[in-house]
Design a protein around this ligand. Structure first.
Ligand code: HEC
Ligand code: HEC
Length: 289
């Protein structure tokens, strides 16, 4: 009994230490990106750290496609100028109908790469890193504790508060399985998120929170590993729960279609029936007059 107690205390301490390391780590990344005092720091090393924290949910280098294309040899197939523009503002390139960007979008199931709000220095560091022809295999599943979807739902809706005080996900996102009212519309509906990123990709997303708006919120108030795991489990559940809801819609569409058909048929028969009754009546009235 006592040993299992001290064991669970030790486990909790270990988790706290892990969270502290995460906070310090994220903090130093932010400080590093703020400290632009030394322009020579556009090193491949910085680019590598950035790539790990912001790009790995969607890209490998030589490890196959994830949400976006494999970036192996990207500095050979694109000019530096194009890469700089694209990594800085993919949304603007797509809006301007840049031909390469448009084709890439089509090849990637119309999933657009988000604008990650990187600085010029960061973009240069990333390109310097690509020029070293590195290999980055798909991320391993981060060692998350087993998640609890029910707790994840409570965190999502705000019924349970985040340990570091972030806003509930529902403030900006809707998702299947949180009731008819849904959530905010600043961020995309998250019902398909699990299938879009895949299990490892989503775990990496929740761990590194790479996209601009999300990053601005969650770097200051990081999700704990438990919270990440619970949200992951809830997002997985919602991606499955999304399907019956769709099926329900299809069923009710069928039902409505069936009713319309019945109404049309009914009306046709109803009229004919009247015709059939009227004719003899008319005939009789003619005879009697
Ligand atoms: C949310 C997923 C996502 C994230 C995060 C992401 N990308 Fe992308 N990226 C894509 C998609 C999808 C495409 C394909 C173009 C499109 O559909 O918009 C793409 C295309 C690219 C291309 C062009 C590839 C080619 O073949 O020309 C480069 C370069 C690139 N991304 C670099 C990055 C870098 C660097 C980061 C991190 C700073 C990053 N991406 C983060 C999804 C992402
Ligand atoms: C302040 C508003 C806000 C909050 C709160 C928020 N998000 Fe987001 N989220 C966004 C926006 C906006 C995007 C689109 C990408 C971006 O700009 O970051 C996004 C994107 C995402 C994506 C990627 C979706 C896709 O289709 O690519 C996931 C996953 C996600 N959020 C999960 C969460 C989770 C889990 C929480 C709660 C812990 C949360 N978000 C809280 C605004 C928010």
């Amino acid at each position: 009994m006592r040993s299992s107690l001290s064991c669970s205390i030790r486990l909790r301490l270990a988790k706290k230490a892990l969270a502290a390391v995460l906070v310090v780590g994220l903090g130093s990344v932010t400080i590093a990106s703020l400290a632009q005092a030394h322009p020579l720091a556009q090193t491949a090393g910085e680019g590598e750290a950035l790539f790990q924290s912001k790009c790995t949910p969607c890209h490998t280098i030589g490890g196959g496609r994830l949400v976006g294309p494999d970036l192996e040899g990207v500095t050979a197939r694109r000019t530096k100028e194009w890469l700089t523009k694209w990594i800085s503002a993919p949304d603007q390139m797509l809006a301007a109908k840049d031909p390469i960007a448009t084709q890439l979008l089509q090849e990637n199931n119309n999933v657009p790469m988000p604008n990650l709000a990187l600085t010029e220095t960061e973009v240069a560091a990333l390109i310097a890193y690509f020029e070293t022809n590195p290999t980055v295999l798909p991320p391993q599943q981060p060692a998350l504790p087993a998640g609890n979807a029910a707790i994840g739902r409570q965190l999502f809706t705000g019924a349970t508060r985040f340990q570091n005080g972030g806003p509930p996900c529902m403030g900006c996102h809707s998702i299947a399985g949180i009731g008819a009212l849904g959530g905010g519309a600043l961020g995309p509906d998250l019902t398909p998120a699990f299938n879009k990123y895949g299990d490892v990709g989503l775990a990496t997303f929740l761990n590194t929170v790479p996209t601009a708006t999300m990053n601005a919120v969650w770097t200051r108030q990081p999700l704990t590993p438990e919270e990440q795991a619970d949200l992951w489990a809830f997002l997985q559940e919602a991606s499955v729960a999304g399907r019956p809801i769709q099926a329900l819609w299809q069923l009710s569409a069928l039902a409505v279609g069936g009713m319309i058909l019945l109404l049309i048929l009914g009306q046709v028969y109803w009229r004919r029936r009247l015709v059939a009754v009227r004719r003899p009546l008319v005939a009789r009235s003619r005879i009697s007059s």
